[in-house]
Design a protein around this ligand. Structure first.
Ligand code: SAH
Ligand code: SF4
Length: 421
């Protein structure tokens, strides 16, 4: 399958369009996950249903898939019994494959996932007292090379499809036991026993996992439209935040066609520093980026734009930087809040996190300038789930560890065998 093989992307590029709504499968069946209703209807008609039937069944399937979280056609009790095997022969309702699930001591959960064609990516769930935030990926790897970001050390393997993006939300709901329970779908007592919510519910989504979402615009838009569809997952656009490193030409479309909250990875206020740490700045500079933020459809004092600012010791964390940040945000009259992110280290990273005193001083200056600047508490650091730590080396690591362990066991066995009794 040509379009699933590795793509070589020459440095900074504009949006790579890889039109593929269907995730290819070895068994020839079509995965309905990620397809909008009209596409499901079209596929049903192509498989032989008449127009009226195709429309009705598409509506029912959509409801079962996105509202109820069904993955088995047999559970779809309002679809004729004889029709269910017919559907199962032709279609599946997939989820990303789970390679590994990890729990942090602070309650954060990280999943290492895999696409049908064998590429690893990650998703993180962050429970809080009043909300549960799911951090999802939009690409396997990233074309951009922000110097402080672990994902940036990976090359872009490929864009995730709408099904793989919305599939992360579905999987999280499965794991949290969050599907509404109807009389019809879990009929027997036994299956009810598995249906337990762990009390931490998914209320918010952030596109802050692996990848640059605005370089996979069409797929991210289609996936978010499914997440927001009132007949399906029905999450409000106010509870979804898309983070971009500053792909200026796509920001207007993001506001108009997706309409979610915007977060911008600003991270520096001078050209030399931002050029270095967010190389995309060489293409779309700070002023151009802030103008695009000022023009962002839907931004208002009630819906502020979040400016993410990673705290890197002796790089971008001086009092002067803080004052310049305030000046810039005011100059463009931005409805802004600043999110200070303590740098999360990763093996081989060239930066250190600013000291807590420096972060506090920086935050105070921005706050005194009239802009809220909370410090983001790092979550899930012990399982490398915190911002910028995502990189899918976990499988490689664990395999290497397994090999080492196997060697060690062998060595011990040899020694035991040789030891005098
Ligand atoms: N590509 C998008 C979204 C994913 S990154 C973007 O860059 O905005 C989510 C956030 O984590 C971004 O603000 C990113 O700059 C930040 N980040 C990356 N590496 C980090 C690290 N090591 N420590 C703290 N934050 C980091
Ligand atoms: Fe890509 Fe965002 Fe990491 Fe930059 S910070 S390399 S844009 S994932």
């Amino acid at each position: 399958m040509a379009d699933t093989t590795l793509m070589t992307i020459p440095g900074q590029v504009d949006p790579v369009s890889v039109p593929r709504d269907i995730t290819p499968r070895g068994d020839g069946r079509v995965d309905l996950m990620g397809l909008p209703r009209p596409r499901i209807r079209e596929l049903l008609a192509e498989a032989g249903l008449d127009a009226r039937q195709a429309k009705l069944r598409a509506k029912q399937l959509f409801h079962w898939i996105y509202h109820r979280g069904a993955t088995d056609f047999d559970a779809m009790t309002d679809i004729a019994k004889a029709m269910r095997p017919w559907l199962a022969e032709r279609f599946v309702i997939g989820r990303p494959n789970v390679v590994e699930a990890q729990h942090s001591s602070d309650g954060t959960r990280k999943w290492l996932l895999q696409t049908e064609d064998g590429h690893d990516f990650e998703m993180v769930f962050i429970p809080d007292a009043d909300r549960g935030t799911l951090c999802i990926s939009s690409q396997v790897g990233c074309t951009l090379n922000c110097t402080f970001c672990h994902t940036g050390t990976m090359r872009l393997v490929r864009n995730l499809t709408p099904g793989e993006i919305v599939g992360q939300v579905m999987l999280a709901r499965d794991a949290l036991g969050e599907w509404p329970k109807g009389k019809m779908d879990f009929a027997d007592e036994e299956s009810e026993a598995h249906y337990t919510a762990d009390g931490r519910l998914l209320t918010n989504i952030v596109l802050m996992g692996m990848g640059e979402p605005l370089y996979n615009f069409d797929h991210v838009r289609d996936a978010m439209n499914l997440v927001m569809d009132g007949d399906g997952l029905a999450l409000s656009k106010r509870r979804i935040t898309l983070s971009t490193s500053g792909v200026v030409p796509m920001m207007d479309r993001c506001g108009k066609e997706i309409g979610v909250n915007l977060a911008v990875s600003l991270h520096a206020v001078t050209k030399p520093v931002r050029d270095e740490i967010v190389p995309l700045n060489r293409k779309y500079g700070i002023e151009e980026l802030l103008q695009a933020c000022a023009d962002y459809p839907g931004a208002s004092n009630a819906r502020r734009i979040t400016f993410e600012y990673v705290m890197l010791k002796d790089t971008n964390d001086s009092d002067e930087d803080a004052r310049e940040l305030v000046r810039l945000l005011k100059k463009f009259d931005l409805p802004a809040k600043v999110n200070l992110i303590p740098f999360n280290p990763w093996p081989g990273s060239a930066y250190e996190c600013s000291t807590p005193e420096r972060i506090r001083a920086f935050s105070n200056i921005v706050f005194e300038g009239g802009i809220s600047a909370p410090v983001r508490t790092p979550r899930g650091r012990d399982i490398d789930a915190a911002c910028g730590q995502l990189k899918t080396a976990a499988r490689k690591k664990s395999r290497a560890e397994r090999d080492r362990e196997a060697e060690e066991t062998e060595r011990q066995q040899r020694e035991t065998a040789q030891a005098p009794v």
